[in-house]
Design a protein around this ligand. Structure first.
Ligand code: SF4
Length: 321
């Protein structure tokens, strides 16, 4: 098992990226949608794997614009805007199937919003005589069919600090999971869950308990199916927002392990900082830092292994913890 204190030594996690966001001139009009945060900030901590499904299936640059057409609930087709006979549906699905098989080390995906190929829940789907509704681009829809646990965000959502934080949390958790895979056994899986307990509690305590029960009864299940169920449950749980109330609960739970070691003054100070955090007067980093300060003086083995309190260096920097 990768201990929380060793996470910094993990290889760079791999992120799939819509190529145009990396500045590649692959859009239908010959342009790009360069995003400097992805390229310069995330690029130093992640391996960025650019993919343009449209050029990958042989569509040229520039090319005729395409869009999604049909019933969003029943697999819409990808066709040329001005010539619906030009249908790229099959090629994009086949490319998505083959890409998914090659992306087994991937930890997350940043897509171009509203694209008929790459968009995630933001792409307009056109229906005759009706207003367009939102759906996912066909490539991303296909990828999700194979990798339903994959954290996905678009470049616009990435600008929202809460959504970005949630995405990065899932991506780094996924990276720890990928690092665990070569040595996966029941014991390693149980340790992994132990190390993520506080994090899960801060996101969605109800599902965190369900995951605990899954692990507790896991030895009756083949390891591969247990691991798949666990990964899906893990990513579903972390997709819930870690609200201030849930973070406060998790931090209070953590502080409970030190109740004998901390003085009355220490406890009062921690409670005051939690109140300041809960009311938006400070950010999560402050109570976290105080708890780590106490842990440096009163080491507790279970808490020292919690990735919630001790994320790796890159995660702490990008999430401002
Ligand atoms: Fe290519 Fe996707 Fe960008 Fe369109 S959105 S240009 S398909 S990478």
């Amino acid at each position: 098992m990768v201990a929380a204190t060793q996470i910094q030594q993990l290889p760079k996690p791999v992120l799939g990226i819509s190529s145009c966001l990396l500045g590649e001139k692959v859009r239908y009009d010959g342009g790009d949608k360069y995003n400097s945060y992805i390229d310069l900030t995330l690029g130093s901590d992640f391996e960025l794997h650019g993919i343009c499904p449209e050029t990958a299936i042989g569509m040229g640059v520039p090319r005729k614009p395409i869009h999604l057409s049909g019933d969003p609930a029943a697999s819409p087709r990808v066709v040329a805007v001005h010539d619906p006979q030009l249908d790229y549906t099959r090629s994009i699905i086949e490319y998505g199937n083959s890409a998914a098989a090659k992306l087994d080390q991937i930890c997350g995906y940043i897509v171009k919003s509203r694209s008929p190929s790459c968009g995630y829940r933001t792409s307009p789907v056109y229906r005759k005589g009706q207003r367009p509704v939102k759906g996912s681009g066909l490539f991303i829809h296909t990828l999700r069919h194979h990798l339903p646990w994959l954290p996905i965000i678009d470049e616009e959502q990435l600008g929202d600090p809460n959504r970005r934080d949630n995405f990065l949390t899932r991506v780094f958790t996924c990276a720890r999971w990928q690092a665990l895979r070569p040595e996966l056994d029941y014991k390693a899986l149980s340790s992994f869950h132990q190390h993520h307990k506080l994090l899960l509690m801060a996101h969605y305590p109800v599902d965190a308990k369900r995951l605990g029960a899954l692990i507790a009864n896991g030895s009756s299940q083949p390891l591969s199916s247990l691991a798949t169920d666990y990964l899906h449950g893990l990513m579903r749980t972390l997709a819930h927002k870690a609200t201030p109330r849930r973070n406060v609960n998790a931090l209070q739970h953590a502080q409970g392990y030190l109740k004998r070691q901390l003085s009355t003054h220490d406890k009062r100070e921690f409670t005051e900082i939690l109140e300041r955090y809960a009311t938006g007067q400070t950010n999560l980093a402050e109570p976290m830092a105080l708890l780590r300060h106490h842990l440096a003086q009163h080491p507790h083995p279970w808490l020292l292994e919690q990735v919630y309190l001790y994320p790796g260096a890159a995660e702490a920097r990008l999430r401002c913890l």
